[in-house]
Design a protein around this ligand. Sequence first.
Ligand SMILES: Nc1ncnc2c1ncn2[C@@H]1O[C@H](COP(=O)(O)OP(=O)(O)OP(=O)(O)O)[C@@H](O)[C@H]1O
Length: 364
Amino acid sequence: MIQIENVSKFYGIYKALDDISLTIGEGEFFSLLGPSGCGKTTLLRSIAGFETPTAGEIYIDGAPSLALPPNRRPTNMVFQSYAIFPHLDVSENVAYGLKRLKLSPQEERKRVADALDQVRLSGLGQRKAHELSGGQRQRVALARALVMRPKVLLLDEPLSALDKKLREEMQVELRSLQKAVGITFVLVTHDQYEALALSDRIAVMFGGRIAQVASPKEFYQRPRTRKVADFLGGMNFLKAKVLGEQGNTVSLDAARFGAVSLDKPQGFAATDGHVTVGIRPERLRLLWDDDRAPHELSGRVENRAYFGEVTHLTVGVDGLEQPLSMVETNNYGADDLPIGAEIRLAYDPEAFVLLADDEAVRRV
Ligand SMILES: Nc1ncnc2c1ncn2[C@@H]1O[C@H](COP(=O)(O)OP(=O)(O)OP(=O)(O)O)[C@@H](O)[C@H]1O
């Protein structure tokens, strides 16, 4: 549906987008995720036509689009600030963009009713902006975009102004709305969990470049670089020694964790015979009393933070440069472990992931 080919964008000498190539499929919920300033909004606005790339081309539905103004593209954008016209009621707000299409009053009413129905606002058509909750106003903004029947809906942090609970509710709604209307959604967000919860695929961006494109699960389980792994959830990093390479697999000595054998990520290169491997905190498990596991380590609790359903532990292990982070559900009493307690932990050598050097990936 959208093909981005070698797109770069300079602001003066500053390179906001650095040779981006990306394909977004029809009907996909696709997220552009990255820290502030990574270029995700610039890329979204380039798809919409509010920015003109310095180089490259963007094809939408097969047609080159850079020469087209925003209103000639089959896209529509929902902005972060969901400002809707205060002097118009909900139906008039939603109908606003339709005026230029010069539809019959009957057709216009039908389109507005359909759009309000899609965002579950039927019955509130006569309300004014000040008579709506934040979530309802955001839905008006969505209806205003959907009523134009775009092939692609572009969403610039649409939920960021909502409080946490409402935001989580709207995330669920946004996901089901996208599946119901079946069009391509491209979402910009700096919220990792929002991207994981909503997307079919995610592109993680740093410094104007794409570091990885993958499904949420693939991202979490197989991040390609240390930076990506660190950006998406917690990760314990360890330096491991390369013992040998066989095809796409590398055998490693991962310090106190012993020998592990891992798949190479794209762009991998062992520079000085050492590499970085990672293991997620929740893949380490506390062993209690007589519990035994094929792979265990002992350590001592250095820190503990209680988060209600889970407790985060920092565990020092002799021979490791850094203490390990662990996340334990509170069913068995991790929340009561005193600082200094001697513990044993279990791990699965297959839970490790081999990470490519960030600079190596830039050259892929
Ligand atoms: N009109 C502009 N003129 C100069 N620099 C700009 C302009 N717009 C954006 N930039 C710069 O380009 C870089 C990318 O901006 P962009 O808004 O795409 O980032 P972002 O990842 O969406 O960040 P945020 O989450 O903070 O919105 C930033 O460093 C920003 O300061």
